[in-house]
Design a protein around this ligand. Structure first.
Ligand code: PEP
Ligand code: MG
Length: 575
């Protein structure tokens, strides 16, 4: 019998995936507090040591099989786990506990984990405190062997659909490298950074599928339909054939769209639109160029900081930016400074996760203005890259003009330092601000005066305007880019830029969503940045729209902003 699970699908990239399930159970580290029957002690010690050996061998095998082009940070991540696994601090104490207290191997391992966690918590060094996650990964692997459960190796992931409670952006990068063809998570919402990343990696995904990790069994054949947010389990042959056919149709459609790569993005009445790409990693440049991107409108640099133990140094930043800038040639590259915090965490910045409300806490520019050494390192690398190509620097999540001035002063200071050191910099590099908080949108005039360009980040603008956590599936139904409050704010930003003669673009998911594109153009936005998977579709859509008609229709719509009519009116735009 076919089982169907419902979640929330990610529109955008490819919709369908067919593959066997691999279920990642993370953090199931609890063991029953059980004692051994007399006489079992040495057999239990052996069982424990065998499990450590098997887990170490598994990890070594993973390390050896990883393709040579895998980023160094992922290798480092695995090496750390290997070192921990081989460290006596983990393997010796449980043996002692089994012998002295008569605990089972599982219980002894859990007691040791708890002891080590307490030690980590007492450490002054925030970096060392973050070793907790690594410890859990290692303990989890040994525990899995002890329980006789299957552990997913990179080979298991290849060609499979990964099912998990939740996945961080860092997990998704790793799974993509390991060849996952689809993702299903129990939690998460389509606007979370994890979801955006999955979309930009062309990974079909269903999020918020409650119960998936316990209902789905490893090896079950799944059909994931991201367009409808459904997961079908063990379908009959005819249903499978239908979905496999849809994958082919999707592929053929994408192939046809490729013919548009060099076609100008011009409306029927001759208005030119600039279509740029949002990227997360230097390797995304290839997909951006393949889709005819006219520049990078948003380079989310925070991914440089993930899945690794140490902060990237200036050279590493510089080489990443250089790769993007050289790859894009004459086209502009907008490098956004680090936006860690909220749902994007990294190992060595525990303060950002420790906030009661991380989305309102030490995120993005707030973190950078607190940790100015980290910020300055990145700024210097961006400035150095500006000597090589058309670089623009962009600041995320500003709420007030003081932050903006402080950030600009740091940038000016680093320009001065580099000049003194005789290092070439484009001293007139455009510096822009993301408008993604209601405060910045309402006071957009101040930002337009101070910056060379503004870019509207609707993902966060919607979250903060409507007080809806973008990564929480329980409120995903309230996340509404067409809310009149959001539209009024977008309109205000466009008008402020017009008054000050400053360029404005949009780089939130709204820009690449075919449902909203006519409205976005109708609001006067001419520079749109989206993930590469949406670019060709957007180009095709632009070529069938009439700019002046959209302006008139949108002006009328903005005058009434009737919440009951909006969705229907937006769907009618340009028809
Ligand atoms: C946004 O908030 O709209 C945006 C583009 O930034 P991010 O999704 O990285 O927060
Ligand atoms: Mg944002």
């Amino acid at each position: 019998m076919t089982l169907a699970l419902l979640g929330i699908g990610l529109d955008g990239g490819p919709a369908i995936a067919v593959g066997k399930a691999v279920v990642l159970t993370r953090g199931n580290l609890q063991a029953e507090p059980r004692m051994l029957q007399h006489g079992d002690v040495e057999a239990e010690v052996k069982r424990f040591l065998d499990a450590v050996e098997t887990a170490t061998a598994q990890l070594r095998e993973i390390r050896e099989r990883i393709p040579p082009d895998t980023p160094a940070d992922i290798l480092e991540f695995i090496d750390t786990h290997l070192l921990m696994m081989e460290d006596k601090a983990i393997s010796e104490a449980p043996v002692q506990l089994i012998r002295d207290e008569g605990c089972t191997a599982e219980w002894a391992l859990q007691l040791r984990r708890n002891q080590l966690l307490r030690l980590f918590d007492e450490m002054e060094d925030p970096y060392l405190r973050t070793r907790r996650d690594d410890l859990d990964h290692v303990v989890d692997r040994i525990m899995t062997v002890l329980r006789g459960e299957e552990t997913a190796t990179p080979e298991d992931i290849d060609g499979r659909i990964v099912v998990s409670e939740d996945l961080t952006p860092a997990d998704i990068i790793l799974l993509h490298h390991q060849g996952a063809v689809g993702l299903i998570t129990e939690f998460g919402s389509p606007m979370s950074h994890s979801a955006i990343l999955a979309r930009s990696l062309d990974l079909p995904a269903v999020v918020g599928a409650h119960g998936a990790a316990s209902l789905l069994r490893p090896g079950e054949l799944l059909v994931l339909d991201a367009a409808h947010g459904t997961v079908l389990v063990e379908c009959p042959q005819e249903t499978l054939a239908f979905f496999r056919h849809r994958i082919e149709v999707e592929r053929a459609h994408r192939h046809t769209l490729k013919a548009l790569k060099h076609a100008p993005a011009v409306t029927l009445d001759g208005h030119r639109i600039t279509l740029q790409a949002n990227i997360e990693l230097p390797e995304d440049v290839e997909a951006a160029l393949e889709a005819g991107a006219q520049g990078i409108g948003l380079y989310r640099t925070e991914f440089l900081y993930m899945n690794r133990e140490a902060l990237p140094d200036e050279e590493e930043h510089y080489h990443a930016y250089l790769e993007v800038v050289e790859g894009m040639g004459e086209r502009p590259v907008t490098i956004r400074t680090l936006d860690l915090g909220a749902d994007k965490q990294c190992e060595y910045q525990p303060e950002t996760a420790a906030c009661t409300n991380p989305a309102l806490g030490l995120r993005a520019i707030r973190l950078c203005l607190k940790e100015t050494a980290i910020f300055r390192t990145q700024i210097r690398a961006i400035l150095r890259a500006s000597a090589v190509g058309r670089v623009q620097l962009m600041l995320p999540m500003l709420t007030n003009i003081h932050e903006a001035r402080l950030a600009r002063a740091l940038i000016d200071d680093e320009i001065h330092n580099l000049r003194q050191a005789g290092i070439p910099v484009d001293e007139s590099l455009p510096v822009g601000a993301m408008i993604e908080t209601p405060a910045a949108a309402i006071t957009a005039d101040h930002f337009a005066r101070l910056f060379d360009f503004l870019s509207i980040g609707t993902n966060d603008l919607v979250q903060y305007t409507l007080a809806v956590d973008r990564s929480d599936d329980s409120v995903a139904h309230l996340y509404d880019p067409l809310h009149p409050a959001v539209l009024q704010l977008v309109h205000q930003v466009v008008e402020a830029c017009r008054r000050h003669g400053k360029p404005v673009s949009i780089c939130g998911e709204m820009a690449g969503d075919p449902r909203y594109l006519p409205l976005v153009l109708g609001m006067g936005l001419e520079v749109l940045s989206m993930h590469p998977a949406s670019l060709l579709e957007a180009r095709q859509q632009v070529r069938h729209l009439h700019w002046h008609q959209l302006q008139q229709e949108t002006t009328r719509l903005m005058q009434s902003l009737d919440p009951d009519q909006l969705e229907r009116q937006v769907a009618q735009l340009g028809r």
